[in-house]
Ligand binder design. Structure first.
Ligand code: SAM
Ligand code: SF4
Ligand code: SF4
Length: 341
């Protein structure tokens, strides 16, 4: 295949594509889809507005021609979309795709489903789990979903051969920070990697304030006080999580310090919404419509030209600009449930 590497105004290549498969979710995590705004009357995207598997696959082929090597499927809750193993099979066959991963709340991850995903070509899975204490977790997902069922989903992924599994915990001060050490305790020695994520001001609905962010440095200190840890080298340039290992050999943890130490300088990610809009930053206020172009008959070359021009103009570095602000920067941003993590 022929690949042209495009770089943006900060010399960042386009390497990763996050694909949101749906804006729907069976959870109502208060920081992502608060019930007050995502209630019974919320209008989700109509099905015919979503990109079909064929359209997603075709776009993936155009993106790999511009340098993309990694795909991550997300949402909303991606496992709500039926037959995603079929999509994974189609994406694995795209020239240039080297890695396919999935971010999920694991609530729908049965053993059969996990096996089908693995067999179709899924390389890695990240499970979001914001607490190990059942009451805390039920309150955070706000639909009373039990921790035990997510742990079962994690076990199913492991049995299907998807280990080691990354487990993402978004930490909100005063809400679930008491669960940091218990979370670390639970997964120490399991081979899975818990990553503690600073609560971000994504979207406009979660009422973010800087004082709700517990800096990763403090998370490391709390864990280090129980089980000493030491930093590890990044696996590759631009890795988002800072890695640490337990000195006693019980495994690895990660810190994603999007607020206290932004990593825009290495950001090679683009995001595709379920209805086919492309966002060049998690905090973008406007997307670029690819679906209408596809449906109007654009050729792959037309699409590639459009995307290359878009990426060359890219100057996004929201998190770096936000540093030092105690409130979100005042722009209308896209919601996390729409664009995926
Ligand atoms: N539903 C799936 C899940 O929860 O894994 C995939 C989509 S979810 C939007 C992707 C990730 O974004 C989750 O790990 C979630 O915790 C994270 N996330 C959502 N809102 C966030 C915020 N305000 N700050 C930090 N992470 C956030
Ligand atoms: Fe759903 Fe994931 Fe958002 Fe929670 S974080 S509401 S599981 S999309
Ligand atoms: Fe990338 Fe935007 Fe996040 Fe910076 S703020 S790391 S540019 S997505």
């Amino acid at each position: 295949m022929s690949t042209v590497t495009v770089t943006d105004t900060m010399d960042r290549p386009l390497r990763d594509l996050r694909i949101s498969l749906t804006d729907r979710c069976n959870f109502r995590c208060s920081y992502c889809m608060p019930k007050a705004l995502f209630g019974a009357n919320h209008a989700f995207m109509p099905r015919d507005q979503l990109l079909s598997f064929e359209e997603i696959t075709r776009l993936a082929g155009v993106f790999t021609g511009l340098g993309v090597r990694k795909l991550r499927l997300t949402g909303g809750e991606p496992l709500i979309r039926r037959d995603i193993d079929k999509l994974i099979g189609m994406l694995s066959a795209v020239d240039g795709v080297e890695d396919i991963s999935l971010t999920t709340n694991a609530s729908l991850l049965t053993l059969d489903r996990a096996r089908a995903l693995k067999a179709a070509g899924l390389n890695r899975i990240t499970v979001s789990l914001d607490g190990i204490d059942d009451n805390t977790f039920r309150a955070m997902n706000d639909v009373g979903f039990p921790v035990a069922k997510v742990l079962e989903g994690i076990d199913n992924a492991e049995h299907a051969g998807l280990a080691p599994i990354k487990i993402n915990m978004v930490v909100q001060k005063g809400v679930n920070d008491h669960d940091i050490v218990p979370m670390a305790r639970h997964f120490r020695g399991s081979g899975h990697i818990v990553r503690f994520i600073e609560f971000m001001d994504v979207g406009n609905t979660n009422g973010w304030q800087l004082d709700q962010v517990l800096p990763s440095r403090e998370v490391v200190e709390r864990i280090d006080a129980e089980w000493p840890v030491e930093p590890l080298e990044p696996n590759y340039r631009g890795e988002v999580a800072e890695r640490y290992r337990y000195r006693d050999g019980a495994g690895e943890i990660g810190m994603i310090s999007s607020v206290s130490q932004p990593f825009c300088g290495d950001c090679s990610r683009a995001r595709l919404s379920a209805e086919g809009k492309l966002y060049t930053c998690l905090f973008a206020s406007a997307g670029h419509d690819l679906r209408d172009r596809l449906r109007a008959g654009a050729s792959d070359a037309d699409l590639a030209e459009f995307l290359a021009a878009l990426w060359r103009r890219r100057a996004d570095r929201y998190s770096e600009l936000r540093t030092g602000e105690t409130k979100p920067i005042d722009t209308r941003k896209i919601e996390m449930s729409y664009i995926g993590g």
